[in-house]
Design a protein around this ligand. Structure first.
Ligand code: MG
Length: 376
């Protein structure tokens, strides 16, 4: 009995030795990334986006978009961010630089404390949404790179669920519209800008070239709700899927009436900015167009999607004219939305990053960590 017990203990000991000697160690066990002595370092620079075509919507035309690019560095990792500044949103390169100059990230030594860091940034000054978005995007990129995973994976999303993206056709004369529509032959859905009095001419020009589904963006260009409703009925017959910002953003009651009667979903864009707007627009619009430059970045955009879903509202992800930096960041969330209009990087000729691709009209996420970009 004694012997067999000793043999048993001996056997156990041998087993323990066998387990503890598995051969050469080939990989480190995963561990928690702990904050080191390093500090977060923010830097930023102005950049002008050159537009492929003169961009015309209901309110204005332009050939370039001012932009500010930024990066956050920490312990050998670099996260990239961007603030795109189309004139109608009210921020400028100077206002962004002024805001970012006040952001002192050197007080933080742990980029994983996103809640705390972004709360600090949010409270530096009111407004400055695009400037705040640039920090938010860079911080998300940084954390993704430290974890060596794309954000969509960190969030538990399936990359196959990215939607098709629309390509935008601006307001122009019929022959130009036809040419642009032909150029966009690779897209499975187009977004047509309306609201300058030639709506049927615009749609007819597009329809003379293609029969793909259309999104329509009126950019607040219609004023009469009954005429708007008639037009929406006509648009439905032309294969339009939804109508974005048909009336001026202040016209809440008229908009609620239009949404209640409309045969197509109505989407809030100019009227919709921040998280509290989502619940406020339940029954005013069918859904919301989320853009990182309005939402102050990914952190709030993700919350917006959650709230909109709880309220049974439609969600689309949009963008400004942007480099592949901000567009790729938005694309990381796109498996969660109904519709995407993430063509901003395709509208410029001087992109400085490579990121999300459009293949056969669909957004295709890569496996690069963070927001999925590399400088070119
Ligand atoms: Mg819009």
């Amino acid at each position: 009995m004694k012997t067999s017990r000793r043999n048993f203990v001996k056997t156990l000991g041998a087993a323990a030795v066998a387990v503890s000697l598995p051969g050469p160690v080939t990989s480190k066990a995963p561990g928690i990334i702990t904050p080191k002595s390093g500090r977060l370092k923010l830097s930023f620079w102005k950049y002008n986006l050159k537009l492929r075509h003169t961009f015309t919507v209901a309110e204005y035309s332009r050939n370039s978009t001012p932009d500010v690019l930024c990066k956050i560095e920490y312990e050998g990792y670099t996260g990239y961010g961007e603030a795109s500044l189309p004139p109608y949103l009210g921020e400028t390169q100077d206002s962004v630089v002024k805001f970012l100059s006040k952001v002192d990230l050197s007080q933080f030594n742990d980029p994983f404390r996103r809640e705390e860091i972004l709360d600090y940034v949010a409270n530096i000054a009111e407004h400055n949404r695009a400037a705040k978005a640039s920090v938010d995007i860079a911080l998300h990129d940084l954390v993704g790179k430290m974890l060596n995973q794309p954000l969509y994976r960190i969030w538990g999303l399936s990359k196959e669920k990215t939607p098709y993206t629309s390509f935008t056709i601006g307001i122009d004369k019929p022959d130009v519209v036809k040419m642009k529509t032909k150029e966009a032959a690779g897209f499975r859905v187009l977004k047509v800008k309306l609201g300058r009095g030639n709506d049927k001419e615009m749609i007819n020009a597009v329809r003379s070239v293609t029969d793909v589904p259309l999104y329509v963006d009126v950019n607040q260009g219609w004023t009469d709700r009954k005429k708007a409703l008639d037009m929406i009925y006509w648009l439905k017959e032309q294969g339009v899927i939804f109508v974005e910002q048909p009336l001026p953003k202040e016209r809440i009651d008229d908009m609620a009436w239009l949404t209640a009667h409309s045969p197509l979903p109505t989407m809030a864009d100019e009227a919709f900015q921040r998280l509290p707007d989502v619940a406020r627009f339940k029954d005013v619009y069918s859904g919301i167009n989320i853009k990182l430059m309005k939402s102050t970045g990914l952190f709030e955009a993700k919350k917006m999607i959650t709230v909109a879903r709880a309220l049974d509202m439609k969600v689309m992800m949009g963008c400004m004219t942007e480099t592949s930096c901000a567009v790729s960041a938005a694309a990381q969330l796109s498996p969660l939305v109904d519709w995407a209009d993430l063509d901003g990087n395709l509208l410029i000729t001087n992109d400085v990053y490579e990121g999300v691709k459009v293949v056969d009209g669909k957004l295709v996420l890569n496996d690069l960590p963070g927001i999925g970009i590399k400088p070119v």
